[in-house]
Design a protein. Sequence first.
Length: 342
Amino acid sequence: MKLSMADAAYQILREAREPLHYAVIVNLMLAQELIQTRGLTPGASLLAVILRENGTRTNRGELPRFDVLGNGVYGLVEWRPVGIERRIQEINHSTRDELRRLVSSMPPKAFEELIGELLIAIGFDETTVEVVGRSGDGGIDVIGVMDIEGVTRIEAAVQVKRVKSNVSPEKITSLRGSLTPNQRGIFVTTSGFTRQAVYEATATGKSPISLVDGEQLLDLLFKHMIGVNGQQHIIYEIDADYWPEAPAKMAPIITPQNNRIKKTVPVSYPLEIFVRYKGNTITGSLLDSGRVVLDGETYNSVSSAGMAVTGWKSCNGWSFWMFINPVDNQEYLIDVLRNPSG
């Protein structure tokens, strides 16, 4: 049994248990006769298939299968370490599968009412949406009107099909024949549409029919939160700006060598001090009393002056402010003025 190009590539990578160049993947697929292709550039076809599948899965909230590693090398996303993002994708994928099962098992009348609710969520006038459930293959199940900013009105007639097989072009033709001159047809199914049905829906010279397949339907239900709930969870992380000991923008990193001054530092007061914080350089004056003059205000300590800069977050001013040592013209934390090393 021949596989699709994507499934064959997935099988090759699973068996290899390591990333491979796409040319190697193609050669192995052909050697094992997993695919049958008449194209002259199967490598390019594989790249297009992987790109398309990854994009489709990502848009649906699913976890992509293929990991693009660069330089034509591909692996499997499932080889990545499990993290928060992957766990969220797995949960969404599981929820999507369950929603698909629930929608596919709904009674016909309930499914029609679901589509009516979806039309209202999309923007149709609630007072115009009605589940009519007309009988017959060309029967219209839901009608509604969308008023677009008072500029134009769209009268929609929707047929829904909760089926497993793809919808044929005859169904599209039948729906079109049931429309009034002012109505726009919409066909919604839990399955898909044959290629001929898609062609018939957009045929030149005929009233166009909008098509919504099962996957698009799930996308819309997720987007408009119909039948699902979106849960938000708080993830805590350390606020590096709050803790002076943590690597942060407010505390430039000084190497041990540059932070070593022997004996007394020959500076005079008031001493110009500065800090680089969130892309800006802020300067002040350190007095011999330990107070700091900043923007015309006098602060009782270097820490309170630092807090004024950080928006009153906790701040250890001695490891926050810096100065230039006149001996070597190098930058140092002002902590060396308080505790010079020998």
